[in-house]
Design a protein around this ligand. Structure first.
Ligand SMILES: [Zn+2]
Length: 423
Protein backbone atom coordinates (compact mmCIF):
# COMPACT_ATOMS: atom_id res chain seq x y z
CA UNK A 1 0.00 0.00 0.00
CA UNK A 2 1.42 3.40 -0.93
CA UNK A 3 1.18 6.31 1.43
CA UNK A 4 -1.31 8.00 -0.92
CA UNK A 5 -3.64 5.06 -0.27
CA UNK A 6 -3.71 5.77 3.45
CA UNK A 7 -7.07 7.11 4.59
CA UNK A 8 -7.08 10.89 5.13
CA UNK A 9 -8.70 12.06 8.30
CA UNK A 10 -11.76 14.27 8.07
CA UNK A 11 -10.18 16.91 10.31
CA UNK A 12 -11.37 17.88 13.76
CA UNK A 13 -14.98 18.57 14.69
CA UNK A 14 -15.05 21.79 16.74
CA UNK A 15 -18.77 21.45 17.45
CA UNK A 16 -18.13 18.07 19.09
CA UNK A 17 -15.50 19.64 21.37
CA UNK A 18 -17.96 22.32 22.48
CA UNK A 19 -20.70 19.72 23.08
CA UNK A 20 -18.30 17.55 25.12
CA UNK A 21 -17.27 20.56 27.23
CA UNK A 22 -20.92 21.36 27.93
CA UNK A 23 -21.53 17.76 29.02
CA UNK A 24 -18.49 17.93 31.31
CA UNK A 25 -19.69 21.25 32.77
CA UNK A 26 -23.15 19.76 33.47
CA UNK A 27 -21.51 16.80 35.25
CA UNK A 28 -19.09 18.79 37.40
CA UNK A 29 -20.62 22.24 38.09
CA UNK A 30 -23.25 23.66 40.43
CA UNK A 31 -24.99 27.05 40.43
CA UNK A 32 -21.75 28.75 41.56
CA UNK A 33 -19.60 27.33 38.73
CA UNK A 34 -17.21 24.45 38.02
CA UNK A 35 -16.20 22.42 41.10
CA UNK A 36 -13.44 20.20 39.68
CA UNK A 37 -10.97 20.96 42.46
CA UNK A 38 -8.02 18.54 42.27
CA UNK A 39 -8.03 15.51 44.61
CA UNK A 40 -11.83 15.56 45.05
CA UNK A 41 -14.58 13.18 43.87
CA UNK A 42 -15.86 15.75 41.34
CA UNK A 43 -12.40 15.97 39.76
CA UNK A 44 -12.25 12.17 39.59
CA UNK A 45 -15.65 12.19 37.85
CA UNK A 46 -14.21 14.55 35.22
CA UNK A 47 -11.19 12.26 34.78
CA UNK A 48 -13.39 9.18 34.39
CA UNK A 49 -15.31 11.08 31.70
CA UNK A 50 -11.99 11.72 29.88
CA UNK A 51 -11.07 8.02 30.13
CA UNK A 52 -14.40 7.15 28.57
CA UNK A 53 -13.67 9.54 25.63
CA UNK A 54 -10.27 7.93 25.10
CA UNK A 55 -11.53 4.37 25.44
CA UNK A 56 -14.02 5.11 22.65
CA UNK A 57 -10.93 5.69 20.50
CA UNK A 58 -9.56 2.30 21.66
CA UNK A 59 -6.69 4.05 23.44
CA UNK A 60 -5.41 2.71 26.75
CA UNK A 61 -5.16 5.27 29.57
CA UNK A 62 -2.35 5.13 32.12
CA UNK A 63 -1.73 7.17 35.26
CA UNK A 64 1.88 8.16 36.04
CA UNK A 65 3.62 8.47 39.42
CA UNK A 66 2.43 12.09 39.81
CA UNK A 67 -1.20 11.32 39.04
CA UNK A 68 -1.20 12.62 35.45
CA UNK A 69 -3.26 10.62 32.95
CA UNK A 70 -1.69 9.68 29.61
CA UNK A 71 -2.92 8.13 26.36
CA UNK A 72 -0.59 7.38 23.47
CA UNK A 73 -1.20 7.02 19.76
CA UNK A 74 1.89 5.07 18.75
CA UNK A 75 3.79 6.12 15.63
CA UNK A 76 7.08 5.40 13.90
CA UNK A 77 10.46 6.49 15.25
CA UNK A 78 11.34 7.16 18.85
CA UNK A 79 10.10 10.77 19.10
CA UNK A 80 7.00 11.86 21.02
CA UNK A 81 4.89 14.99 20.62
CA UNK A 82 2.87 15.72 23.77
CA UNK A 83 -0.45 17.63 23.78
CA UNK A 84 -2.70 18.38 26.74
CA UNK A 85 -3.82 20.59 29.61
CA UNK A 86 -5.64 20.14 32.95
CA UNK A 87 -9.17 19.18 34.05
CA UNK A 88 -9.04 20.56 37.59
CA UNK A 89 -10.65 23.94 38.29
CA UNK A 90 -10.67 26.49 41.07
CA UNK A 91 -13.77 26.35 43.32
CA UNK A 92 -16.66 28.19 41.57
CA UNK A 93 -14.55 28.18 38.41
CA UNK A 94 -15.33 28.41 34.71
CA UNK A 95 -16.19 25.70 32.18
CA UNK A 96 -13.22 26.27 29.82
CA UNK A 97 -10.04 26.86 31.88
CA UNK A 98 -7.96 23.72 31.30
CA UNK A 99 -10.83 21.54 30.09
CA UNK A 100 -10.79 23.28 26.69
CA UNK A 101 -7.17 22.26 26.08
CA UNK A 102 -7.79 18.66 27.17
CA UNK A 103 -10.81 18.27 24.89
CA UNK A 104 -8.96 19.92 21.97
CA UNK A 105 -6.24 17.32 22.48
CA UNK A 106 -8.80 14.47 22.49
CA UNK A 107 -10.26 15.76 19.21
CA UNK A 108 -6.83 15.99 17.59
CA UNK A 109 -6.07 12.40 18.69
CA UNK A 110 -9.42 11.28 17.30
CA UNK A 111 -8.70 12.90 13.92
CA UNK A 112 -5.15 11.64 13.65
CA UNK A 113 -6.04 8.11 14.82
CA UNK A 114 -8.15 7.88 11.66
CA UNK A 115 -5.25 8.92 9.46
CA UNK A 116 -2.96 5.90 9.73
CA UNK A 117 0.51 5.65 11.23
CA UNK A 118 2.17 8.92 12.21
CA UNK A 119 5.93 9.47 11.89
CA UNK A 120 6.14 9.86 15.69
CA UNK A 121 4.10 9.00 18.76
CA UNK A 122 1.41 11.49 19.78
CA UNK A 123 0.75 11.51 23.54
CA UNK A 124 -2.14 13.17 25.33
CA UNK A 125 -1.60 14.27 28.93
CA UNK A 126 -4.13 15.46 31.47
CA UNK A 127 -2.09 17.14 34.21
CA UNK A 128 -2.94 16.60 37.88
CA UNK A 129 -3.61 19.69 40.03
CA UNK A 130 -2.66 22.63 37.83
CA UNK A 131 -4.59 25.13 39.92
CA UNK A 132 -3.24 24.34 43.38
CA UNK A 133 -6.65 25.41 44.70
CA UNK A 134 -6.70 23.05 47.68
CA UNK A 135 -3.08 23.16 48.91
CA UNK A 136 -1.85 26.46 47.40
CA UNK A 137 0.77 24.77 45.20
CA UNK A 138 0.12 25.20 41.45
CA UNK A 139 1.38 23.03 38.55
CA UNK A 140 1.83 19.85 40.66
CA UNK A 141 1.78 17.16 37.94
CA UNK A 142 3.55 19.13 35.21
CA UNK A 143 6.37 20.31 37.46
CA UNK A 144 6.85 16.74 38.74
CA UNK A 145 7.26 15.54 35.15
CA UNK A 146 9.52 18.50 34.25
CA UNK A 147 11.66 17.76 37.34
CA UNK A 148 11.12 21.09 39.11
CA UNK A 149 8.75 20.06 41.92
CA UNK A 150 10.25 20.51 45.39
CA UNK A 151 8.97 17.42 47.22
CA UNK A 152 10.14 18.56 50.67
CA UNK A 153 8.21 21.80 50.20
CA UNK A 154 4.90 20.19 49.15
CA UNK A 155 5.09 17.37 51.73
CA UNK A 156 4.09 19.67 54.59
CA UNK A 157 1.34 21.59 52.78
CA UNK A 158 -2.09 21.30 54.40
CA UNK A 159 -5.58 22.14 53.13
CA UNK A 160 -8.08 24.34 54.98
CA UNK A 161 -9.22 21.41 57.14
CA UNK A 162 -5.63 20.55 58.14
CA UNK A 163 -5.24 17.45 55.93
CA UNK A 164 -1.69 17.02 54.58
CA UNK A 165 -1.06 16.99 50.83
CA UNK A 166 1.00 13.81 51.13
CA UNK A 167 -1.88 11.93 52.79
CA UNK A 168 -4.53 13.22 50.40
CA UNK A 169 -2.62 12.45 47.19
CA UNK A 170 -1.82 8.97 48.55
CA UNK A 171 -5.57 8.27 48.60
CA UNK A 172 -5.45 9.01 44.87
CA UNK A 173 -2.55 6.61 44.29
CA UNK A 174 0.25 9.22 44.29
CA UNK A 175 3.19 8.60 46.64
CA UNK A 176 5.57 11.50 47.16
CA UNK A 177 8.56 9.18 47.59
CA UNK A 178 8.04 7.87 44.07
CA UNK A 179 7.26 11.21 42.41
CA UNK A 180 10.61 11.25 40.63
CA UNK A 181 9.49 8.33 38.46
CA UNK A 182 7.14 10.73 36.64
CA UNK A 183 10.18 12.34 34.99
CA UNK A 184 10.56 9.38 32.65
CA UNK A 185 7.31 10.38 30.93
CA UNK A 186 9.14 12.98 28.85
CA UNK A 187 11.92 10.71 27.60
CA UNK A 188 11.95 11.13 23.83
CA UNK A 189 9.65 14.17 23.93
CA UNK A 190 10.25 16.50 21.00
CA UNK A 191 7.56 19.07 21.74
CA UNK A 192 4.76 20.02 24.15
CA UNK A 193 1.71 21.91 22.84
CA UNK A 194 -1.20 23.31 24.84
CA UNK A 195 -4.41 25.10 23.83
CA UNK A 196 -5.98 27.34 26.49
CA UNK A 197 -8.36 30.25 26.84
CA UNK A 198 -6.51 33.56 27.25
CA UNK A 199 -8.13 34.40 30.63
CA UNK A 200 -7.48 38.07 29.80
CA UNK A 201 -8.99 40.73 27.49
CA UNK A 202 -6.22 41.27 24.89
CA UNK A 203 -7.52 39.14 21.99
CA UNK A 204 -11.13 40.28 22.47
CA UNK A 205 -10.07 43.93 22.60
CA UNK A 206 -8.23 43.52 19.30
CA UNK A 207 -11.10 41.61 17.66
CA UNK A 208 -9.05 38.40 17.37
CA UNK A 209 -10.44 34.90 18.02
CA UNK A 210 -7.05 33.19 18.50
CA UNK A 211 -3.39 34.04 19.01
CA UNK A 212 0.06 32.54 19.58
CA UNK A 213 1.66 32.77 23.03
CA UNK A 214 5.26 33.97 23.32
CA UNK A 215 5.80 32.58 26.83
CA UNK A 216 4.67 33.08 30.41
CA UNK A 217 5.59 36.17 32.40
CA UNK A 218 7.86 36.39 35.42
CA UNK A 219 6.26 36.58 38.87
CA UNK A 220 7.47 38.12 42.15
CA UNK A 221 5.24 37.47 45.17
CA UNK A 222 6.08 38.87 48.62
CA UNK A 223 4.60 39.40 52.06
CA UNK A 224 5.38 42.95 53.23
CA UNK A 225 4.89 43.64 56.94
CA UNK A 226 4.82 47.13 58.47
CA UNK A 227 5.22 47.61 62.22
CA UNK A 228 4.21 50.86 63.98
CA UNK A 229 2.45 51.36 67.28
CA UNK A 230 -1.04 50.26 68.24
CA UNK A 231 -2.84 53.20 69.88
CA UNK A 232 -6.33 54.46 70.79
CA UNK A 233 -8.32 55.81 67.81
CA UNK A 234 -9.79 58.62 69.91
CA UNK A 235 -7.12 59.86 72.25
CA UNK A 236 -4.05 59.62 69.96
CA UNK A 237 -3.41 62.96 68.15
CA UNK A 238 -2.77 62.67 64.41
CA UNK A 239 0.78 64.05 64.60
CA UNK A 240 2.15 61.36 66.93
CA UNK A 241 0.64 58.27 65.28
CA UNK A 242 2.71 55.43 63.84
CA UNK A 243 0.00 53.94 61.59
CA UNK A 244 1.17 50.73 59.91
CA UNK A 245 -1.92 50.61 57.68
CA UNK A 246 -1.18 54.03 56.14
CA UNK A 247 2.34 52.90 55.25
CA UNK A 248 0.88 49.76 53.63
CA UNK A 249 -1.75 51.80 51.77
CA UNK A 250 0.89 54.16 50.33
CA UNK A 251 2.85 51.09 49.23
CA UNK A 252 -0.22 49.62 47.53
CA UNK A 253 -0.52 52.82 45.46
CA UNK A 254 3.16 52.48 44.50
CA UNK A 255 2.49 48.89 43.36
CA UNK A 256 -0.08 50.23 40.92
CA UNK A 257 2.03 53.20 39.75
CA UNK A 258 5.07 51.03 39.12
CA UNK A 259 3.04 48.45 37.15
CA UNK A 260 1.48 51.17 34.99
CA UNK A 261 4.88 52.81 34.37
CA UNK A 262 6.46 49.55 33.19
CA UNK A 263 3.35 48.15 31.46
CA UNK A 264 3.33 45.20 33.83
CA UNK A 265 0.73 44.24 36.44
CA UNK A 266 0.86 44.58 40.22
CA UNK A 267 -1.70 43.54 42.83
CA UNK A 268 -2.13 43.81 46.56
CA UNK A 269 -4.60 40.96 46.92
CA UNK A 270 -4.66 40.67 50.70
CA UNK A 271 -4.15 42.90 53.75
CA UNK A 272 -4.22 41.93 57.44
CA UNK A 273 -4.39 44.61 60.12
CA UNK A 274 -3.57 44.13 63.78
CA UNK A 275 -5.42 44.47 66.00
CA UNK A 276 -7.88 45.14 63.15
CA UNK A 277 -10.55 46.98 65.13
CA UNK A 278 -12.14 50.36 64.51
CA UNK A 279 -11.05 51.80 67.86
CA UNK A 280 -7.30 51.26 67.37
CA UNK A 281 -4.61 52.61 65.05
CA UNK A 282 -3.14 49.51 63.37
CA UNK A 283 0.19 48.68 65.00
CA UNK A 284 0.89 46.06 62.34
CA UNK A 285 -0.23 45.56 58.74
CA UNK A 286 0.86 42.77 56.39
CA UNK A 287 0.07 42.92 52.67
CA UNK A 288 0.59 40.34 49.91
CA UNK A 289 2.12 41.85 46.77
CA UNK A 290 2.04 40.08 43.36
CA UNK A 291 4.02 41.68 40.48
CA UNK A 292 4.33 40.29 36.94
CA UNK A 293 6.16 41.24 33.75
CA UNK A 294 7.33 39.37 30.63
CA UNK A 295 10.78 41.00 30.91
CA UNK A 296 13.04 39.98 33.80
CA UNK A 297 14.77 43.40 33.94
CA UNK A 298 11.50 45.32 34.02
CA UNK A 299 10.19 42.97 36.74
CA UNK A 300 13.24 43.62 38.90
CA UNK A 301 12.84 47.37 38.31
CA UNK A 302 9.19 47.15 39.47
CA UNK A 303 10.22 45.20 42.55
CA UNK A 304 13.00 47.70 43.39
CA UNK A 305 10.69 50.68 43.00
CA UNK A 306 8.06 49.23 45.31
CA UNK A 307 10.68 48.21 47.88
CA UNK A 308 12.01 51.79 47.96
CA UNK A 309 8.48 53.20 48.10
CA UNK A 310 7.69 50.92 51.06
CA UNK A 311 10.79 52.16 52.93
CA UNK A 312 9.82 55.79 52.31
CA UNK A 313 6.24 55.14 53.36
CA UNK A 314 7.41 53.33 56.50
CA UNK A 315 9.72 56.21 57.38
CA UNK A 316 6.98 58.81 56.81
CA UNK A 317 4.67 56.92 59.21
CA UNK A 318 7.35 56.08 61.78
CA UNK A 319 7.16 52.35 61.04
CA UNK A 320 9.55 49.49 60.26
CA UNK A 321 9.11 47.34 57.14
CA UNK A 322 10.10 43.75 56.32
CA UNK A 323 9.94 41.90 52.97
CA UNK A 324 9.60 38.09 52.68
CA UNK A 325 9.52 36.24 49.33
CA UNK A 326 6.60 33.82 48.90
CA UNK A 327 6.91 32.70 45.28
CA UNK A 328 9.08 33.58 42.27
CA UNK A 329 9.00 32.49 38.64
CA UNK A 330 11.35 33.70 35.96
CA UNK A 331 9.84 34.78 32.63
CA UNK A 332 9.64 31.55 30.61
CA UNK A 333 9.82 32.15 26.85
CA UNK A 334 8.44 29.41 24.60
CA UNK A 335 10.41 27.89 21.70
CA UNK A 336 10.76 30.36 18.79
CA UNK A 337 10.26 27.81 16.02
CA UNK A 338 7.13 26.40 17.62
CA UNK A 339 5.71 29.85 18.40
CA UNK A 340 6.35 30.63 14.71
CA UNK A 341 4.29 27.59 13.66
CA UNK A 342 1.35 28.63 15.88
CA UNK A 343 1.58 32.20 14.52
CA UNK A 344 1.61 30.94 10.92
CA UNK A 345 -1.51 28.83 11.55
CA UNK A 346 -3.30 31.79 13.19
CA UNK A 347 -2.46 33.99 10.20
CA UNK A 348 -3.83 31.37 7.80
CA UNK A 349 -7.12 31.13 9.68
CA UNK A 350 -7.70 34.78 10.63
CA UNK A 351 -5.64 36.83 8.17
CA UNK A 352 -4.01 38.46 11.18
CA UNK A 353 -1.25 37.49 13.52
CA UNK A 354 -0.82 38.26 17.16
CA UNK A 355 1.82 36.91 19.52
CA UNK A 356 1.07 37.76 23.14
CA UNK A 357 2.59 36.81 26.49
CA UNK A 358 0.57 34.81 29.00
CA UNK A 359 0.14 36.74 32.26
CA UNK A 360 -1.05 33.54 33.97
CA UNK A 361 1.21 30.53 34.55
CA UNK A 362 0.29 27.25 32.84
CA UNK A 363 1.46 23.62 32.76
CA UNK A 364 3.43 24.80 29.71
CA UNK A 365 5.60 26.92 32.06
CA UNK A 366 7.51 24.04 33.73
CA UNK A 367 7.33 21.98 30.53
CA UNK A 368 9.07 24.77 28.57
CA UNK A 369 12.10 24.33 30.81
CA UNK A 370 12.38 20.67 29.76
CA UNK A 371 10.90 20.29 26.25
CA UNK A 372 10.39 22.64 23.24
CA UNK A 373 6.98 24.19 24.00
CA UNK A 374 4.30 26.47 22.57
CA UNK A 375 0.71 27.48 23.37
CA UNK A 376 -2.34 28.65 21.45
CA UNK A 377 -4.86 31.03 23.04
CA UNK A 378 -8.52 31.56 22.22
CA UNK A 379 -10.23 34.77 23.31
CA UNK A 380 -11.95 35.16 26.69
CA UNK A 381 -15.19 37.15 26.86
CA UNK A 382 -14.53 40.34 28.88
CA UNK A 383 -11.26 38.70 29.94
CA UNK A 384 -13.04 36.97 32.85
CA UNK A 385 -11.73 33.63 34.15
CA UNK A 386 -11.63 31.65 37.41
CA UNK A 387 -15.32 32.59 37.68
CA UNK A 388 -18.69 31.16 36.70
CA UNK A 389 -19.00 33.90 34.04
CA UNK A 390 -15.94 32.60 32.14
CA UNK A 391 -16.87 32.23 28.45
CA UNK A 392 -15.65 32.35 24.84
CA UNK A 393 -17.76 32.76 21.68
CA UNK A 394 -18.48 29.30 20.28
CA UNK A 395 -17.05 30.18 16.85
CA UNK A 396 -13.74 31.13 18.52
CA UNK A 397 -13.68 27.81 20.38
CA UNK A 398 -14.29 25.94 17.12
CA UNK A 399 -11.62 27.94 15.27
CA UNK A 400 -9.19 27.20 18.11
CA UNK A 401 -9.78 23.46 17.62
CA UNK A 402 -8.91 23.75 13.92
CA UNK A 403 -5.85 25.90 14.71
CA UNK A 404 -4.63 23.45 17.34
CA UNK A 405 -5.10 20.52 14.94
CA UNK A 406 -3.09 22.26 12.19
CA UNK A 407 -0.40 23.21 14.70
CA UNK A 408 -0.06 19.62 15.94
CA UNK A 409 0.18 18.27 12.37
CA UNK A 410 2.92 20.76 11.52
CA UNK A 411 4.84 20.17 14.71
CA UNK A 412 4.76 16.41 14.11
CA UNK A 413 6.33 17.04 10.69
CA UNK A 414 8.81 19.51 12.23
CA UNK A 415 9.83 17.09 14.98
CA UNK A 416 10.21 14.16 12.60
CA UNK A 417 12.23 16.33 10.23
CA UNK A 418 14.50 17.48 12.99
CA UNK A 419 14.89 13.89 14.18
CA UNK A 420 16.05 12.82 10.70
CA UNK A 421 18.41 15.76 10.26
CA UNK A 422 19.83 15.07 13.73
CA UNK A 423 20.99 11.57 12.72
ZN1 LIG B 1 -5.68 26.68 33.20
Amino acid sequence: MTSSALPRDAGPDGARVVATLRTLADMTSDDAGAQRVAWTDTWQRARAFLRQQLQELSLAVRTDAAGNQWARLPGGGSGVVIIGSHLDSVPDGGWLDGAYGVMCAVEVLRSLAARGPLPCTLALVEWADEEGARFGHSLFGSSAVAGTLNVAEVRELADASGLLLGDVVAEHGVHLDRLDEARQEIYGARAYLEAHIEQGPVLEREGLPIGAVSGTVGVERHRVTFRGQTAHSGSTPMDIRRDAFLAAAATALAVRESAVRHQGVGTVGAARLRPGIVTAVAGETAILVDQRHPDAGALQAMLGEVQRASEQAAKAEGCAVRWEPIFRARPQPFTDELVGIVREVCTELTGQQRVLPSWALHDATPMAGAVPTAMLFTSSTKGISHAREEDTPEEHLRLGVEAFYRTVCRVIAWSSGSAVSGQ
